[in-house]
Design a protein around this ligand. Sequence first.
Ligand SMILES: [Zn+2]
Ligand SMILES: [Zn+2]
Length: 356
Amino acid sequence: MAGKDYYEVLGVPRNAAKDQIKDAYRNLALQFHPDRNKSPDAEARFKEISEAYAVLSDDDKRKEYDAGGREGVYQKYSQEDLFRGTDFGDIFRGMGGFGFDDIFSQFFGGGGRQPTRGEDLTFHLQVNLEDLAEDTNKEIEIPRSEVCSTCNGSGAKPGTAPQRCGTCGGTGQVQKVQSAGFARLVRITACSRCHGRGYLVDTPCKECRGRGTVEKTRRIRIMIPAGAEDGQTLRLRGEGNAGEAGVPPGDLYVVVNVAPHRLFARQDSDIYLETRIGAIQAMLGTELTVPTLYGNVKLEIPHGTQPGHVFPIKGKGLPKYGGWGKGDQYVKVNVEIPKNLNGQQRELLKQLGDLR
Ligand SMILES: [Zn+2]
Ligand SMILES: [Zn+2]
């Protein structure tokens, strides 16, 4: 869903304070609340401003948005997570008696608080700079809940049949009609008797004790893209926890943490290295063997090289993430002045000084 800029949606400047964002949202919400505004696009507008508010009113989500726009936010949060944790309570107070749960279930359909999928999981994966020189496959071990293979997630002992829940007629949902002032709202919630499953288990499965899910440690292969940034998050759809009652599993988020390197420093796709040569080498010139992420290379040091001079080595940096080509490596050459000269060395240097 590519959409308008959240700040534009709410009509606030990019540096707006929290109160300003809240006021702007409250005014727009009064205007577009589907309960008050019956125009056909009111609900879409209402959802849009609510999403903008949910993100901009949360420091972490706002930071994410400022850095990476909607793409960044969507990569990190599911639609539901975007809204989770947002306090809409005092905004909707006095607006026909509807809480955000009602609005929320309009957005996402179905049963209010009933989970729509399993939990998302986050895993921090430490990699080395060398790993980022090309696309690298890693195997990680994730403890997670999976659908029980003994009962296929029904929670019922194999050979026994789960009974349809009479309270909800097997739908897992019950409707409550709520009236408030001029409006009637049909509110759908999870059936409390069967916990939204739609069936009841008389003889629970021994493997999962009727839960339908079991804890497993699963090995998962993941491809770390070349040139990935420190802190970059990769999303693996459906690799999170299994959901209850046959809902789809959550997602797995793998956060790439790049370990500090003993030789190299990194700036975007460029690599920095410091090395030292002797004063005589600096004066006369020499050839160095220099490590790179792609093995050793020869570096020509011309005579008369000054201390601290930086030599570029083209194309030996990291691949540019999301772009073409590679960065460069920069080698800073420090010059060592010898400390303990013997008599003969001192004499020779003296002669050299006299020559100049
Ligand atoms: Zn089972
Ligand atoms: Zn039920």
